[in-house]
Design a binder for this molecule. Structure first.
Ligand code: F6R
Length: 251
């Protein structure tokens, strides 16, 4: 298996302990380097992680005042003040509830006039900030990371992508009706994600078990975008028992 790195796997009993573990990674990173550049995810899975971080800031145990952030993705066409935009998600769950400097929190601009330029500009901002120290990822049931759907290539960069029907259906739970879910998004690419110095992926629940197993044990292939993480030297999967249930526990 020349060139393939071993992904660290931490299996904890439930979503609560997975959230606490992932919050711990972020706390440690900020303690080590207060001016860290964090890559952040949205979705249902990290919600509890963000609540735990807010609690730590409230209690005076943590400060994000020097940190910089780059989110993975944003829907095309949703303004930052749209309640289902990822801008709004991050503002209400983390940025607005803690001491982040709004000037240093970034998400792709899904309403940019020139969407074709927006990706390159986002990549330039990440590079200017010195690259991402710690990237947090969730996992789609179809194996997507960010919105890199099956078929995404290893060299992909921040760009506009079409969402699959499966992703639109999964995300419709956050909208009034499935027709309201945007069909396109701007997302960091696989290459962008793999440039982060360290990556932590959180996956919980049975619906993620198959993707977890294929990402960790299957071949590295664009059909399973998360499998590209096997090529990164410093990745940890934090899983609850349900998400780990199809792994045969052998290293
Ligand atoms: C969100 C993102 C997506 C989600 C994935 C899982 O910023 O990049 O890849 O992490 O769709 O979503 P949940 O956590 O809602 O199951």
């Amino acid at each position: 298996m020349g060139g393939i790195n071993v992904i660290e796997i931490e299996i904890v009993p439930d979503h609560e302990s997975a959230s606490a573990r992932v919050a711990g990674f972020i706390v440690e990173q900020i303690r080590r380097k207060p001016a860290s550049v964090l890559g952040l995810a949205t979705g249902g899975t990290p919600e509890r992680t963000y609540e735990l971080l807010v609690e730590k800031v409230d209690a005076g145990h943590l400060s994000f005042s020097q940190a910089t952030t780059f989110n993975l993705d944003e829907y095309v066409g949703l303004r930052p003040d749209h309640p289902q935009s990822y801008h709004a998600y991050m503002r209400s769950r983390l940025f607005g509830a803690t001491d982040f400097d709004a000037e240093r929190t970034h998400l792709p601009k899904g309403t940019a006039d020139e969407l074709s330029d927006a990706g390159g500009q986002y990549e330039a901002l990440i590079a200017e900030a010195g690259g991402i120290d710690l990237q947090l990822l969730g996992l789609g049931a179809n194996g997507h990371i960010g919105f890199n759907e099956p078929g995404a290539t290893e060299g992909s960069r921040t760009r506009v992508v079409d969402l699959t029907e499966e992703t639109i259906a999964a995300n419709s739970r956050f909208f009034d009706s499935p027709e309201d879910v945007p069909r396109r998004a701007l997302t960091m690419g696989i290459a962008t994600i793999l440039e982060a110095r360290e990556i932590v992926l959180i996956a919980t629940g049975e619906s993620k078990a198959e993707a977890v197993e294929r990402a960790l044990r299957g071949p590295v292939t664009p059909q399973m975008p998360a499998s590209f993480l096997q090529q990164h030297p410093s990745v940890t999967f934090v899983l609850d028992e349900a998400a780990a249930s199809l792994l045969d526990k052998r290293a």
